[in-house]
Design a protein around this ligand. Structure first.
Ligand code: UD2
Length: 309
């Protein structure tokens, strides 16, 4: 298994109480020595595995970050303000957490000579000129979140070019998994599951023909582990599956999987919504050996279908 290549190393996971960071922490808790740094502004301390050292703190606090990085070989930087909609409401907060926070992590990594794998996002591409989108395509973010992740993406590359640090940026497409919280700021899959399980209508914004590349959290973890050991550093990689579904197809699948009586209803399109998003993953395939392993059908079946499960 890829995580065995990190056996005996010391890793720091920022945002390790969050949806993706928590999954990484559980995967690495056995082979590696894991420290989690999370301020729990959106993360849940219950996600942190008992084997990990948990530091409750803010990634913008230089001393806290530096202390947490003492003796660390690899940093997985997952801490972020994760919601596009929230970033539109609070652009300063998004900038502070997503851009300044990342610089603070990279600066500490420079001091401690630690490798850093940073969570970038497909949001940096804005409305792609073509799908699937490849890493060199234009980047015109349409939200503060996308802009701040674009800054993170460049910061990650610059710390390699200027300071010789081993860095990698992973541009996540639409991440999902059973542990993703369902609220106004979360992804469509967790929202649809919650509504389907309560037989409430699934509300689609727009005509439902918009498409997304949904990537299961286990595959996001796999990409991170590969980035932690690759020689191809100073690079950014798309992390998706290379396949897309329409939001109507997604809603129908979730109703089927949950055996729900929910209806599908259509509402006004969401402002700033991207029409089509899908990843060209050939670079990650060729350079990292990344291969998505969980189809959308399998991923949806990993969700609990009743409150008792
Ligand atoms: C996701 C990520 C974002 C960023 C981006 C990368 C979330 C919450 N956001 O934005 O962080 O990484 O991908 O491109 O994961 N929709 C409905 N009904 C609902 C909710 C959503 O129809 O109740 C639609 C929505 O209008 C959009 C699609 O579903 O067309 C996906 O929406 P999303 O909020 O899950 O994710 P997205 O692609 O805006």
């Amino acid at each position: 298994m890829i995580q065995d290549q990190l056996a005996g190393t010391s890793v720091l996971i920022t945002g390790g109480a969050g949806f993706i960071g928590g999954e990484l922490a559980h995967t690495l808790a056995n082979p590696a020595d894991v420290t989690v740094l999370d301020d729990c502004s959106s993360g849940d301390p219950d996600r942190v595995p008992s084997e990990a050292t948990f530091v409750r703190g803010d990634i913008r606090d230089r001393q806290t970050v530096s202390d947490a990085m003492d003796g660390v070989d690899v940093v997985f930087h997952e801490a972020a303000l994760v919601s596009v909609a929230e970033s539109v409401e609070t652009p300063l907060e998004s900038h502070s957490r997503n851009s300044t926070g990342t610089l603070t992590v990279l600066e500490a990594a420079r001091d401690h000579d630690a490798r850093v794998v940073c969570a970038s996002s497909a949001a940096i591409y804005g409305h792609p000129e073509r799908v699937p989108v490849s890493e060199t395509d234009p980047k015109e973010p349409t939200s503060p979140y996308g802009l701040d992740k674009l800054a993170l993406d460049h910061q990650t590359r610059l710390y390699h070019e200027l300071y010789g640090l081993d860095t990698v940026a992973l541009r996540y497409f639409n991440a999902y998994g059973p542990d993703q919280p369902a609220n106004d700021y979360s992804g469509v899959i967790s929202i649809f599951f919650e509504r389907a399980l309560n037989d409430e209508p699934l509300v689609i914004f727009g005509d439902g023909e918009q498409t997304r590349d949904f990537v299961f959290v286990d595959d996001i973890v796999q990409a991170n582990l590969r980035a932690a050991v690759t020689d191809e550093v100073g690079e950014a990689y798309n992390v998706g599956t290379g396949t897309r579904v329409t939001i109507t197809e997604l809603a129908e699948s979730i109703i089927e999987v949950t055996d729900s009586n929910s209806d599908i209803v259509y509402d006004d399109p969401r402002e700033g919504d991207i029409r089509h998003s899908g990843a060209d993953i050939s670079k990650a395939r060729d350079s990292l050996g990344f291969e998505p392993t969980v189809s959308l059908e399998e991923g949806l079946r990993a969700f609990p279908v009743s409150d008792n499960e």
